[in-house]
Ligand binder design. Structure first.
Ligand code: MBD
Ligand code: FE
Length: 281
């Protein structure tokens, strides 16, 4: 169990590594008008002022908050903290008018450019990859029911210990990450392993808040996907597994009933089907 010890000792690096990746991705932000910046910033500040008044927040508490905010930055955990506690509402607003499959939050561990795989795919994994083998298959269609030939499914997920490649030490670069191109009839078959539930790193500042508040630190086991096809709006989503205790109690509030898989037992592990429906662009 040396491996486990090594991972635990460095778990905070998972949240931290996400900052480097995010900064690479987030170039110049969109041009936001001064009116909108002012409206949003003053409402956020008013909400904070209101909490201070209602709870008679003390100078000691104010200084604790300052120190914690500084530490979140020092740990590189802003992407982790924001995606866990804020992104679900941004996604809710962004997908209000969508008719096709439900999306949910992206989270901090997406990396573009995973290895290209054809429609009958096995995700890159170690020869002795632990975990129950999972065959995940289905079809991608548009809202009118037409199959989307050559749709792309970017898939990424944690391993059987709950760790993501490129965000935890000791994993091959693209472990359990792939870019799958569906067939001419929109179908795909992806062989992987069932991921473990994900625990927010307990040794960073996000973990410190969770512990101080007496909350639990868990997300249910999940597959992450970005599904896209020509002429359609891409979706970013996650799929969960029925029976996982955290499905009803996700710290990131990202579970929707439509996103829960009910895998069947298969000759070699388990099998689950999910069909994606994409809205027109
Ligand atoms: C994850 O794996 C995740 O998907 C989210 C949203 C937040 C933290 C870790
Ligand atoms: Fe995740």
């Amino acid at each position: 169990m040396t491996q486990t010890t090594e991972y635990q000792a460095t778990a905070a690096a998972s949240g931290g590594a996400a900052t480097e990746k995010f900064v690479e991705k987030a170039k110049a932000g969109p041009d936001t008008s001064p009116e909108r910046v002012s409206a949003l910033a003053s409402e956020v500040l008013s909400a904070v002022h209101d909490v201070i008044r209602r709870h008679h927040v003390t100078y000691e508490e104010y200084d604790t908050l300052k120190a914690w905010l500084i530490q979140v930055g020092a740990d590189g955990e802003w992407p982790l903290f924001l995606d866990v506690f804020v992104e679900s509402v941004v996604e809710e607003v962004a997908s209000e008018h969508r008719e096709g499959s439900k999306g949910t939050i992206e989270g901090p561990y997406y990396v573009p450019g995973a290895p290209a795989l054809d429609a009958d795919a096995t995700l890159p994994m170690r020869a002795d990859e632990a975990g129950t083998p999972l065959l995940f298959h289905g079809r991608v269609r548009d809202v009118a029911g037409n199959p989307l030939a050559g749709a792309t499914l970017e898939v990424w997920h944690a391993d059987d210990a709950g760790f993501y490649s490129q965000f935890a030490p000791g994993l091959p670069e693209w472990n359990l990450r792939g870019t799958v191109t569906a067939d001419a009839d929109g179908t795909f078959r992806i062989r992987t392993i069932r991921p473990a539930p994900y625990q927010i790193p307990t040794d960073g500042s996000t973990g410190a808040l969770i512990r101080s508040a007496g909350w639990h630190a868990w997300r249910p086991a999940h597959l992450h996907l970005k599904v896209s096809a020509a002429g359609c709006q891409p979706i970013t989503t996650q799929l969960y597994f029925e029976g996982d205790e955290h499905v009803a109690d996700d710290i990131a509030s990202a579970v929707k009933p439509e996103l829960v898989l009910r895998p069947d037992v298969a000759p070699d592990g388990e099998e689950a089907r999910y069909d994606f429906v994409l809205d027109p662009a």
